[in-house]
Write a protein that binds this ligand. Structure first.
Ligand SMILES: [Zn+2]
Length: 129
């Protein structure tokens, strides 16, 4: 069990609040997406997208809970202990499938460098900016 809110080694390292789930982005993203679909708006998530196999995620699935619904072609994952949303992944999460990582888990210095775009996932699937 790691200490609370662990310090990131680099700006590409993120974690949930308690540290049970830790992840590393493969590269610094340029753009993130804030989506208004029925799930994302409730999670308050800001997503950056990568191939699932390119993102290192420790503590998943042993320390996580997941939520899928409907056709269950993806699941939203959160830390089972502190509840922070960490990512979503396709089902099944093959290495070349897409995943979304919650940008708010990485250090604020990196967040400040990433442009956040608003996507109308609830309706048109267009960007709103
Ligand atoms: Zn946690």
């Amino acid at each position: 069990m790691s200490a609370s809110a662990p310090k990131a080694q680099t700006d590409l390292d993120g974690s949930c609040h308690c540290g049970d789930v830790q992840l590393t982005l493969p590269a610094e993203p340029e753009v993130a997406t804030r989506c208004n679909c029925s799930v994302c708006r409730r999670l308050g998530a800001v997503w950056v997208y990568f191939e699932r196999g390119a993102v290192t995620i420790a503590g998943h699935p042993e320390s996580t809970q997941a939520y899928a619904w409907g056709e269950e072609n993806l699941r939203f994952v959160r830390c089972a202990r502190c509840g922070c949303t960490t990512h979503w992944e396709a089902l099944p999460p093959t290495p070349d499938s897409r995943c979304g990582v919650h940008l708010n888990l990485v250090p604020p210095a990196l967040q400040a460098r990433v442009r956040v775009r608003r996507r109308d996932g609830a309706d048109s699937w267009e960007f709103l900016d």
